[in-house]
Ligand binder design. Sequence first.
Ligand code: ZN
Length: 184
Amino acid sequence: MIYPITVYGDPVLRKITTDIDTNFEGLEKLVGDMFETMHNAEGVGLAAPQIGLAIRIFVVDLSPLGEDEPLLKDFKRGFINPQIIDRDGDKVLMEEGCLSIPGLREEVWRYDTIRMKYLDTELKEHDEQFSGFASRVIQHEYDHLEGVMFVDYCSPLKKRIIKGKLSDITKGQVSTSYRIKVPR
Ligand SMILES: [Zn+2]
């Protein structure tokens, strides 16, 4: 099932999300629906608040980038109840976009390497290090679970410049190839 994607201005995108219970019903279906929703929108990552749920789940699929980056070819994973426990390495500047902020891309500094504890979709525990592009996408999605969006990192000047565009998005005045849910 493909969910409509919440956009900038929706209060759910500003919530601090909560861990799911390990007895959470319908987890497999939910994760499957998140992948389907993300693929339909041609995204590489999607967090639960982007489908209106304030819970700690996100999905990442970097396999479309596998042609240029063979290491990413098999990187398709769901992350449950993640906790970043360390950030390390140089900070890297790279342009990012977000399915909840259609049509806007800005450069964001991120740490190259993170260490994260999480459960996979079988609820198996992991403590793993990520770096490079996977680390960037994970940090972006993880931010969604903390109520943070990439435009929050923009300079005050940049924020002023994109203000109009963000408010258009909140009003639904934006064109997308996928269905969005406009905040009331
Ligand atoms: Zn995003």
